[in-house]
Design a protein around this ligand. Structure first.
Ligand code: NAD
Ligand code: INS
Length: 329
């Protein structure tokens, strides 16, 4: 049921993820209604809009962002399109939940952090939904409670069933590893300062040119080490994390079974979206990872791509931005 105080949302890009967000906003989220569905593939937008009765279809995402019947925007278009669409949301003063990655380059993500800071009001939330997943939330609480002692190491495994056509090793970093980059920053509460990407013997099922799996080592500002197995042609969906502290270890991701990330993380997507809608409705606009988190992740990804190319350890340098609102980390 909707009422006139509902947040009126435009969803840009209604492929796998955006179509789910439209259905979720209509069926599960309170306080919001989808008023505009936009995709460069107009037939797809038209079909998906049927799942949100009352919504209208626009081919042009920039027209959608400034529409009078839109209060806020969800961006689920292809990653390369995020930058321009987020910038347009900032220019129009529209709160935006942008799917990960915020952008695919560190500089463009930094430009967004800077533009938002100049506005003086937070508008950008980034779709790092693991921060809303109940197991990650519990693990974070255990670490923060001191029950495991000082955290020393994190071990992650991120395995996908198959890689989409054309998926490259750069995608494996920007699209897949990016979740563990954010999860590391979330769980440890500090920045990542260096990354090394190893390409061991490739899976014979991996397409030519895709280094799969990758084994990644990241170093945090205080010297903690984090290893990540990224394996996108594994044949099953598995997402595991283990935190090792001075007085014990805790592991998550061992019991859930699904071959589809949309089902696997459905509770996290729902909680992320409801939390964002609630924040926008009360005017705080962001309650979760923000533009700074998107930038920090993009900087680590870019260093990871460089390490993949050279085989060397690459330092991560973040440019501080004098924010007129707190940067989240
Ligand atoms: N948080 C997560 O777990 C998660 C999961 C999957 C995808 N994603 C992210 O969501 C985004 C979409 O991924 P997907 O798997 O749904 O991809 P997809 O290819 O299935 O869908 C992308 C859609 O965007 C449309 N599109 C492309 N360029 C556009 C533009 N300039 N303006 C408007 N629409 C445009 C395409 O026509 C397509 O319908 C990506 O950024 C991806 O990284 C996040
Ligand atoms: O875009 C998807 C999505 O983010 C999934 O959560 C992840 O497991 C995939 O590796 C990635 O390609």
């Amino acid at each position: 049921m909707t009422d006139r105080t509902d947040l009126r949302v435009a969803v840009l890009g209604v492929g796998r993820m955006g179509a789910d967000h439209v259905a979720r906003l209509h069926d599960e989220i309170t306080g919001a209604q989808v008023t505009v569905v936009s995709d460069v593939a107009i037939d797809r937008a038209t079909a998906i809009a049927l799942n949100a009765p009352g919504s209208r279809v626009l081919a042009d995402p920039f027209e959608a962002i400034v529409s009078d019947d839109v209060d806020a925007v969800v961006i689920a278009s292809s990653s390369a399109a995020h930058e321009a669409q987020v910038r347009a949301c900032l220019a129009a003063g529209r709160p935006v939940l942008c799917e990960k990655p915020l952008t695919t380059r560190a500089q463009t993500a930094l430009d967004i952090v800077t533009a938002e800071a100049e506005l003086g009001t937070p508008l950008v939330q980034v779709g790092f939904m693991r921060r809303f997943d109940h197991e990650y939330v519990e693990l974070k609480k255990r670490l923060d409670s001191g029950a495991l002692g000082q955290p020393l190491l994190l071990h992650f495994a991120h395995r996908n069933v198959t890689a989409p056509a054309g998926y490259t090793s750069v995608n494996a970093i920007n699209e897949t590893l990016v979740h563990e980059i954010d999860a590391t920053r979330f769980l440890l509460g500090e920045e990542i300062v260096a990354i090394t990407v190893h390409s061991p013997t490739a899976n014979s099922a991996a397409p030519v040119g895709l280094h799969d799996p990758l084994l990644v080592l990241m170093e945090s500002a205080s010297g903690r080490l984090v290893d990540v197995e990224v394996f996108v042609t594994y044949g099953a969906y598995e997402v595991r994390a283990e935190a090792v502290g001075e007085r014990g270890a805790a592991m998550i991701g061992t019991t859930r079974r699904s071959t589809d990330f949309r089902e696997y993380f459905q509770q996290a997507y729902r909680s992320e979206l409801q939390t964002w809608v609630d924040a926008v409705r009360v005017g705080t606009n962001v309650n979760g990872p923000g533009a700074w988190d998107g930038y920090a992740a993009a900087a680590v990804c870019e260093a990871g791509v460089e390490s993949l190319r050279t085989g060397q350890r690459v330092d991560v340098h973040l440019t501080p931005v004098r924010a007129s609102h707190p940067q989240r980390g």
